[in-house]
Design a protein around this ligand. Sequence first.
Ligand code: KG4
Ligand code: ZN
Length: 860
Amino acid sequence: MSELTHPYILAFDTANEIIAIGLGALDPADRSVSLAASVEIEAHRASNTQLLPRIDALLSECGIDKHAIACVVCGRGPGSFTGVRIAMATAKGVSAALEVPLYGVSTLDSIAWGLQHAGVRGHAVVVADAMRKEVYPVRFELSDEGIARLEADSVVKADEAAERLAGGWPAHSAAKEGAANAAGLEADAVNAADAAGCTGAVADAAGGASAVPVVAGDALKKYADLFEPCGTFADEPLWTPTGQGLLLAAQAAWREGDIDPFDAAFGNPAFALPVYTRLSDAEENERIRLSKNEPKNLRTGVQDTGIRRDQRATVRDSAIENAQADENGITYRPLDAAHAQMVAHLETELMGTDAWSEALVLDELPRKDRVWWAAYDADDALVGYAGGWIVDGQVQILKVATVPAMRRCGIARSLLARIASDARDLGAKSCSLEVRASNESAQALYRALGFESIGMRPRYYSDREDAVIMEGPLPLDHHDVAGMELMVHSDAEPCDTSDETAVQRADSRERIEGSQPLVLAIETSCDETAAAIVDGRGSLVSDVVASQIDFHARFGGVVPEIASRKHIEAICGVTDECLDVAAERIGVPRLRWRDLSAVAVTYAPGLVGALVVGVAFAKGAAWAADLPFIGVNHLEGHIYANKIATPDITPPLVVSLVSGGHTMLVHVKAWGEYVTMGSTLDDAVGEAFDKVAKAMGLGYPGGPVISKLAAEGDASAIGFPRAMLHSGDLRFSLSGLKTAVITYLRNEEAAGRTVDKADVAASFQQAVIDVQVAKAEMALKLTGAKEFCLGGGVAANPALRAAYGVMCEKLGVRLTLPPMSACTDNAGMIALVALDRYRAKRFFGLDADAQAHVDIDQPY
Ligand code: KG4
Ligand code: ZN
């Protein structure tokens, strides 16, 4: 065996309130991992600040260079959602930039391995805290050979889990040898445990094992009384993962062939994802609501607003336009009870005597281990549906059906991808289904998705046809970024390399050096996963955005937990695409992390769980590629977005920041020096647009729909209030306006009058604009600034842009409007800030964290 140049494996986990790091040496000869170092550190709410500094310190203490790491392994949960994402995002960044494989291992298995290593044998159970009075319980049999898991991950009420565990133990063949005569050895085993300094039961000298289960897991901190009857508690340091446990879990996976530390394609970091075992609260509540036949606006998912029925028809129509249909005009939504009858109807048509009844379908919907999705055409007719049942780590497809007229449009595939995505969040790792032996086209589809036939069910169908049982990986939409649409921009013309010879191609290094500094920036503060690269001339050579709007629209606003999940799914795809686009523009075959000059990220303000993903990933990549790490304030990014349209824009200037989260006037005295002149006392402007749109049943986000509708309305039709117009200062208030619109809609309905929605939209928008423009004019006069610009999502509003044009012309002030694509969140604007900070050498440490709120006036 030749000398290994990459002989180490780095493993870590932050699913609990501790950081566990393991460093092991790899021996391919017997697929063994030998311990180099294992540390566990208490890190209450500090995983993101402590993880990388600790990894870095551990490597130095061991005298191991990071380039000697062949493979990264990361605990994938279940555990704290944010905790798991911190480890996973860091691991993705490290693995991507080191160009080594990344694999996830179960946090619970790692804990079991920790117990096994400490000498525990026989029954063991890990119960990890799942919050909300729930736990993740998994039973294991531990032997000298290793651990055998007896059940898949699941989330269970703590008291139910305790009851079940106290009640008995499932039979398991692998455990039999050790456990068979264990009863008689119990006392000895406990004595041996004491001798070993462990309060739990461990194997006795003869290799027997205790029948009294050993209990571990951080749920014991909260529920010690509850789990007391379930067995003997292990020593507390073994309740959470250890570095050693992670390495043993990795070694077992290597021996099983589930991971290969030397195969970068197999260990693509994009594919490693957390185990959640449950959907987000918003999705769970949605499923509960959809499983009941409650009256509601089915299209927008918004509860009935009280707008009259005849108006609702048009409201609904505009919402359809707003819903994101695919290129065939198909929209996908979780199946609801209101459509169960239609499903039953199609079942009779398509499945004959194997058809499911409406009652059967209705019975499925509220079940927590089921996922059902439906497809609708442009007229909102049901054209397909599929259901899955998550059992023991596998999703069994119960139904997939598409109406004959809509076959071969990829509907079945899309439905399966959605089922798979939910099933993965619920803990499924593989998929199985039955298909008619004669249905060759369906079998071909499944084979294309990686399924294999594993057997037959003779005469399975009511007409006695055989079923082929097929099994395969979760049929996720692979390379697309987690189902999101990728938007790619670039300032630079693609470099024409078509007539270049291979010799000239060797100039890659020079081309990359000629573009330096190259700064890659990442943005994940809200619902867009974005990455961009700026070159030394300030051009955005690559600017990629994956928007999640589709995933939030059903809920009428951004759902933080869904946003965080989508960021971690998309971050590798988005950054890979960003590097590829930049390579093409620069004219080199490939741009690698180590070719960059720095890695930057939005660190604040925003949704903290969403920011954390970008920050952890960016830090991991910066560390692995030995690059400086730059933190950027998101609001400063919105200001810098104006440089895209007007590169020579120069302070002093006044900027109006108007988005879903902010409404403020800022005096830019110099780049990096900001004074907030006034901001909103309550709602942000974008928020007001969104809430008014929701009240009118127009869907989410509200800004674009309202501005489109307003273009057809009379802005002076209704005199909505102009709050704070004469307050004499630069503060804003928008909640009164929003309430006035809602009250107006209600009163008109009560009076039996028909509401002209275009007039409402136009009048509302005008009330917003009047105040915005008046205050901006005041700010310009107060500062004497000769430049005015805009930032934030609402800056895309055409009427607002036009009104500022008139005002600035009157004052003789130059107006800069950011390009439409740079108004909403993007990473290009973050990269522009980062370039300035790179030049000023203003770097962040690896202990930097995400922050929900920061004041733009404070230098950072
Ligand atoms: O800056 P952004 O993308 O995200 C935040 O940081 O909030 O802004 C999104 C906000 C949403 O509230 C959306 O309704 C609003 O910008 N928006 C608009 C328009 N386009 C987007 N508001 C008014 N008119 C528009 N045309
Ligand atoms: Zn923003």
